[in-house]
Design a protein around this ligand. Structure first.
Ligand code: NDP
Length: 434
């Protein structure tokens, strides 16, 4: 804590991961002897930089850019960029630390990193977003590369932003280095299913949990928070598998649509009109309510998929969900449930999938995008989705088996933390004290 003052979210995630590692260190003292855990908590490199840009009114604006290159024992640093006014070093480090274990769990050759800026894209014109992205990349390009560090999207960074970032990288380096960023458009080096992957993957993961209980999505009521990239495709996949998503949200409130959220309409409102869920309720007409403020966790459901942001589901939300009959929770977002909420789920016997396992489908498909870029190939949607589903099944099984092996059967948090840790720690030991 003293080494990293004021970085609350980073402390929270480190505590959560280290809290699971007691049984591993007891069995393998070599991890403690070589200070593997201490080294893991210290990023290999962090870059903080000035991002000046000119708005549509000709005024100079200033933001701060970050890239935290946390651990490259398994491969080039890999992790998204977040553009949101609340971004600061503690958020980037929390996300980067989570990313190490998530990427390890996928079984793919990728290290962990994360970046972003306190830039708020909301209400900005396309031209302003482009100028910001160009300025951001003007510094970032010195620190990334296909074999070095491969950023992608996150909150506030979608295909539009990746396009502007890639365009500037190409201009500065004079190289069409497709593998330097993932989440690209299909016409310029992107992969099928990348856009859908995090949401689809979270739903696949929960499907494996349901199967283990002899259940399916058929007939289940589901609540998905958020209405961004992860939420939209989680909703789409739940519907394909026979469940009904009755509510979704943004930071202004939530909508309840008992007939099931109309995914095509939601996509149109969010991606084309860049509107709000309130606009969804207006467009859908009578019978669909928008609740301003309030908690989406008041909506009764069998399954909850928090897919908006960190610490959005607190103890009170968890207690309400349990009281209303929710039995499975899968984190589409990174660390959306607070430690108290997780405890409430645990006490009530609710199945809980942590983000580093449940939302790993996004980064796994990014690694598939890197494979396609490296071999100058592009796979079909069906083939790529099959690969994603296989990967999510493997992550599920790895978490379940590891939890069992280390004495916490059914505890996916312990399983994910331990399995991810062992893969990274073994690579670090093999590479020596670096
Ligand atoms: P987007 O920017 O596409 O969407 C974020 C959504 O969450 C928006 O609807 C936003 O609403 C909403 N939101 C943000 N803050 C709040 C809040 N306090 N209360 C309610 N809603 C809120 O981001 P993504 O969908 O890409 O990311 C969502 C989460 O998933 C993040 O935690 C991210 O780290 C994680 N994730 C994303 C991956 C990806 O591939 N995109 C991969 C793995 C994890 P508003 O417009 O009002 O801000």
């Amino acid at each position: 804590l003293r080494r990293n003052p004021g970085e609350g979210e980073f402390h929270q995630t480190v505590r959560e991961v280290l809290g699971s590692l007691g049984p591993v260190v007891a069995k393998h003292p070599e991890y403690a002897d070589d200070a593997v855990i201490r080294r893991l908590c210290e990023p290999e490199r962090q870059v903080i930089f000035r991002v000046p840009w000119v708005d549509d009114g000709g005024r100079v604006q200033l933001n701060r850019g970050f890239r935290v290159q946390f651990n490259s024992a398994l491969g080039p640093f890999k992790g998204g960029l977040r553009f949101h006014p609340r971004v600061y070093l503690g958020i980037v480090k929390f996300l980067g630390f989570e990313q190490i274990f998530k990427n390890a769990l996928t079984g793919m050759p990728i290290g962990g990193g994360k970046g972003g800026s306190d830039f708020d894209p909301k209400g900005r014109s396309d031209a302003e977003v482009m100028r910001f992205c160009q300025s951001f990349m003007t510094e970032l390009h010195r620190h990334i590369g296909e074999y070095v560090d491969v950023p992608a999207g996150d909150i506030g960074v979608g295909r539009r932003e990746i396009g502007y970032l890639f365009g500037q990288y190409k201009r500065l380096t004079n190289r069409y280095e497709s593998g330097v960023l993932t989440g690209k458009g299909l016409a310029w080096g992107g992969s099928q299913v990348r856009q859908e992957a995090t949401g689809y993957g979270a739903v696949f993961f929960v499907n494996e949990m349901l199967k283990a209980r002899g259940e399916t999505y058929e007939g289940k009521r589901v609540v998905v928070s958020g209405s961004g990239n992860v939420a939209i495709y989680a909703i789409e996949k739940v519907h394909q598998l026979g469940g009904t998503v009755v509510a979704c949200s943004d930071s202004d409130g939530y909508v309840v649509d008992e007939k099931g959220i109309d995914t095509e309409l939601l996509k149109e409102i969010k991606d084309v009109r860049r509107g709000r869920v309130r606009d969804y309720a207006d467009a859908r007409g009578s019978g669909v309510d928008h609740v301003a403020g309030g908690s989406i966790w008041d909506v009764p459901c069998d399954i909850a998929l928090p897919s908006a942001t960190q610490n959005e589901l607190d103890e009170a939300g968890a207690v309400t969900l349990v009281k209303n009959g929710c039995r499975v929770v899968g984190e589409g977002a990174n660390m959306p449930a607070t430690p108290d909420a997780i405890r409430a789920f645990d006490d009530a016997g609710v199945g809980f999938a942590p983000g580093k396992a449940a939302n790993a489908g996004g980064v796994a498909t990014s690694a598939l995008e890197m494979q396609q870029n490296a071999s100058r190939d592009s796979w079909t949607f069906e083939h790529t989705e099959e690969r994603l589903e296989e990967i999510m099944r493997a992550i599920h099984d790895r978490c379940a088996e590891t939890a069992e092996e280390y004495g916490s059967p059914g505890n996916y948090i312990a399983g994910a933390n331990i399995a991810g840790f062992i893969r990274v720690a073994d690579a670090m030991l093999a590479l020596g004290i670096i």
